[in-house]
Design a protein around this ligand. Structure first.
Ligand code: TXA
Ligand code: MG
Length: 339
């Protein structure tokens, strides 16, 4: 299959290009598109066969549901059957933006989208390209646009690397702003439960609706007994290189760890910020804000593979604000965690 690539301005995309892509979605095709978090791999949320193709091309297990993306509140009616008070509040405060709400599913959504659950995850992205596309095509079911198990894409090049020749179109709208997938929140008719941390932080959620519980998976904490045990168990979406995560409590030892690992494998070091050591195999992830680290993280992990490293020692950050999302992703892809 020939994949059409459409290059657009991230803020003022050419309408004719987005119209062509909306047409592709409406006729059952798949389109890779930018959002403010990561790139999505979209299909019309109402077309069962198209949604099934997403699972096929990604190699995604059929029991992992995908998020439905909407561009305005009237589309919500065709997607969900109820909107509890707390969901309403969160939507009002954080939509459009990087927040996904798990709600009761509407009848029009095929069960392939929700993996047979009676809930559906919904989000209204803020990215101008995503919004125009969804406005024209209707609700779009979209997971992150990466082969299952790989690092999520933060630029079109990543989507091209995974899906060129396998999907109808890819919209290149430049680098994504947040760089980590959206915050996912469920149990909205009770005490809201954070299922996946992201750009909308626990602190922001709490300010909006009061108490929020954090699912253990959201922290991706492992027992201390396993802390230094290498194991495949928590490797999730990861680069091909092994990831050694150095938690802030062990950050004083990071150069020592790096030197030791270098003896056995082709190793690089990914630092949160510059610590006065520059070398070819030392990568600096930010100038010091966690937001910038989040934005660059997935791109840099892909870069580690491109440059042929077998192992990367990664500096962790504290869990405040977007730090929780950063540490969730890093713990999930780490084969060894030092603290
Ligand atoms: O930022 C994002 O959320 C990106 C962009 C493209 O919007 N999408 C994304 O999709 O990260 P995906 O499929 O990679 O992650 C969706 C997450 C998964 O952890 C999935 O299990 C969860 O949302 N999810 C989807 N539907 C759910 C449901 N009904 N109940 C609980 N979790 C659900
Ligand atoms: Mg994903």
């Amino acid at each position: 299959m020939e994949t059409k690539i459409y290059r657009v301005s991230p803020t003022r995309p050419a309408a004719w290009k987005i119209k062509e892509c909306a047409q592709i979605l409406k006729t059952g095709g798949l389109v890779g598109f930018p959002t403010e978090t990561v790139y999505g791999l979209g299909a019309s949320a109402f077309l069962d066969a198209a949604v099934k193709r997403i699972f096929e091309v990604k190699g995604r297990p059929a029991d992992n549901p995908v998020i439905v993306h909407i561009s305005n509140l009237s589309q919500l009616e065709s997607v969900v059957s109820e909107m509890p008070e707390k969901a309403r509040k969160l939507a009002e405060k954080f939509w459009p933006g990087p927040l996904t709400l798990v709600l009761s599913k509407g009848d029009k959504i095929p069960s392939s989208v929700t993996a047979n659950l009676d809930t559906v995850a919904v989000r209204m992205p803020s990215h101008a390209v995503a919004r125009m596309l969804i406005e024209l095509a209707g609700p779009v079911a979209a997971p992150s646009a990466n082969i299952s198990g790989r690092v999520s894409p933060t630029k079109a090049e990543h989507v091209i690397a995974d899906f060129y020749g396998k999907i109808e179109a890819i919209i290149d709208g430049g680098n994504t702003e947040i760089g980590l997938e959206s915050t996912v929140v469920g149990n909205l008719d009770g005490v809201p439960l954070l299922l996946r941390p992201g750009g909308i932080t626990v602190e922001m959620l709490t300010r909006a609706v009061g108490k929020v519980e954090i699912h253990p998976a959201a922290r991706a904490e492992i027992e201390f007994a396993h802390a230094v045990a290498p194991g495949m168990k928590y490797r999730h979406y990861s680069p091909a290189a092994s990831v050694v995560l150095v938690e802030p409590s062990a950050s004083g030892r990071i150069f020592e760890v790096f030197e030791a690992k270098k003896n056995a494998k082709k190793t690089c070091l990914l630092l949160f910020r510059n610590r006065g050591k520059s070398a070819e195999d030392v990568i600096v992830g930010s100038r010091g804000t966690k937001e910038e680290y989040a934005r660059n993280l997935f791109r840099l992990l892909r870069e580690v593979d491109k440059r042929g490293y077998e192992l990367v020692v990664v500096e962790g950050v504290d869990e405040e604000g977007i730090g929780l999302a950063i540490m969730n992703r890093l713990r999930k892809c780490a084969s060894e965690i030092l603290r």
